[in-house]
Design a protein around this ligand. Structure first.
Ligand code: UGA
Length: 437
């Protein structure tokens, strides 16, 4: 008999995991306290954009294996309960806010059947799993706690879930490992590496992975700053160092830096947790990683001022991209939207285009202007900023667009456009970290 799974929290992580596990043949109950979200999901409507996911949710709802509910008691037959709630940054500091994690544990506790497993997937500060263990030892001693972080990327979530590059489980018994192997049998069958660790190591793996990725991006953005000062070209530098397999060419795209609901808050939470543990110095460098990242946004704003004027009032600026990365409608801590908002606050009229994130961007900053087409966005602009590297922006026709702006000037904040093409079409082209004529 296949184990029954419950997924607590049907946000981005939970919905993807629930739908993908259902597609592997498991019965999955998704539980969320947000009635509206559950209603929409039950109708097969995704509350966010993720390529390929809606189709899976619709198919799995139809199969009867996947259900969504606000009622924790509906998960009482589950053998495994996966905690997939958010762990945002706290309002009062760098640390992660764990209130949703403990609310999920409290919500499911009365319905935990004997021998079941509570498995954390949310990104948490090291020590959280043990805290949950301590709590459940008093309230539900018949269950075990495990940790199993998620490494999926937005935009590739389905592929990453069904063909992960590794599965990491933190367990305190062989039995818990065997139960988890039951859930992941289809992925083990396709050769996915399996790593068993203790609870703290598992929690740290996720923080370390995101910190390393952040470090790579900030490293190349630091190189971009030096290239700019020295007249070098960071895109060539990245390609050249990336051929060394010890360095690798991924995550070396210089530009306006990282954003999103995960990496920025995770490195801050990691710094805060290290301080609590007395290991402050070990992660001191992550503060620099964070500030290099935020500085990339300021560097673009400086170029905007240098290009137009110190006083931006009265200028019309077109912004291509609002999402924190392409193939996503997520604007959480989006460098693109942050830059747009800062320029707007400085007095410019900002018009934004994004293929998917306009609704979310407008909710966040209703006072800026939003355009449905690139042409509408660029009409009469004094300057264009390319801030999220959607594929469709790479196939724009710079020649045709040069006639609709007031002045054909563009800053490529993602080093993703073909500079020669734009320059040949008459544009003044500024790229971060590259010699700019
Ligand atoms: C990140 C991690 O990559 C996932 O492994 C992890 O599971 C996830 O966080 C999480 O903790 O849930 P994600 O937020 O989807 O995934 O986005 P990434 O693809 O990692 O990109 C993060 C940011 O870095 C984006 O703003 C992107 O534009 C930026 N970036 C990425 C660069 O500026 N340069 C690069 O070379 C790569």
């Amino acid at each position: 008999m296949k184990p029954v799974l419950s997924v607590l929290g049907t946000g981005y992580l939970g919905t993807t995991f629930a739908a993908c596990m259902s597609s592997l043949g498991f019965e999955v109950i998704g539980v969320d306290t947000d009635t509206q979200k559950v209603e929409r999901l039950s109708k097969g409507e995704l509350p966010f954009f993720e390529p390929g996911l809606e189709e899976i949710v619709i198919a799995e709802l139809a199969s009867g294996r996947l259900t969504f509910t606000t009622d924790f008691s509906k998960a009482k037959n589950a053998d495994m309960h996966f905690i997939c709630v958010g762990t945002p940054q706290r309002d009062d500091g760098l640390a992660a806010d764990l209130k949703y994690v403990f609310a999920a544990v409290d919500g499911i506790t009365p319905f935990l059947k004997s021998g079941s497993l509570v498995v954390g997937k949310s990104t948490v500060p090291v020590g959280t799993a043990q805290k949950i263990r301590n709590q459940l030892a008093l309230t539900a001693p018949q269950v075990e706690v495990a940790w199993n972080p998620e490494f999926t990327r937005e935009g590739f979530a389905v592929e990453d879930s069904l063909r992960p590059d590794r599965i990491v489980v933190g367990v305190t018994s062989d039995r818990a490992e065997e139960i988890l192997k039951g859930a992941y049998a289809p992925l083990l069958d396709i050769g996915t590496p399996w790593i068993r660790a203790d609870l703290p190591t598992t929690e740290l793996v996720k923080m370390a992975a995101n910190s390393f990725l952040a470090t790579k991006i900030s490293f190349i953005n630091a190189m971009a700053e030096v290239c700019e000062a020295a007249g070098g070209d960071v895109t060539v530098l990245a390609r050249a160092i990336g051929y060394d397999p010890r360095i690798g060419n991924k995550f070396l795209k210089a530009g306006i830096g990282f954003g999103g609901g995960c990496i920025p808050k995770d490195i801050r939470a990691f710094i805060a947790r290290a301080e609590e543990l007395g290991a402050t110095q070990a992660l001191e460098f992550l503060k620099d990683i964070d500030s290099i990242n935020l500085r990339a946004r300021q560097r673009v704003i400086e170029v905007v001022r240098r290009t137009l004027s110190e006083d931006l009032s009265g200028f019309k600026i077109a912004v291509l991209g609002a999402a924190y990365k392409p193939d996503s409608d997520d604007v959480r801590d989006s460098p693109a939207l942050d830059i747009a908002a800062q320029i707007h606050a400085a007095g410019a009229t900002v018009t934004i285009h994004d293929p998917k994130a306009l609704v979310n961007a407008r909710k966040r900053f209703p006072a800026m202007q939003y355009a449905q087409t690139v042409e509408e966005c660029l009409a009469g602009a004094d300057l264009v900023l390319h801030l999220t590297e959607w594929a469709e922006y790479r196939s724009l026709d710079p020649k045709a667009l040069s006639t609709i702006t007031k002045s054909p000037r563009i800053i490529d904040g993602r080093n993703a456009l073909d500079r020669d093409l734009w320059v040949a079409a008459g544009w003044k082209f500024h790229a971060l970290g590259r010699a700019n004529a």
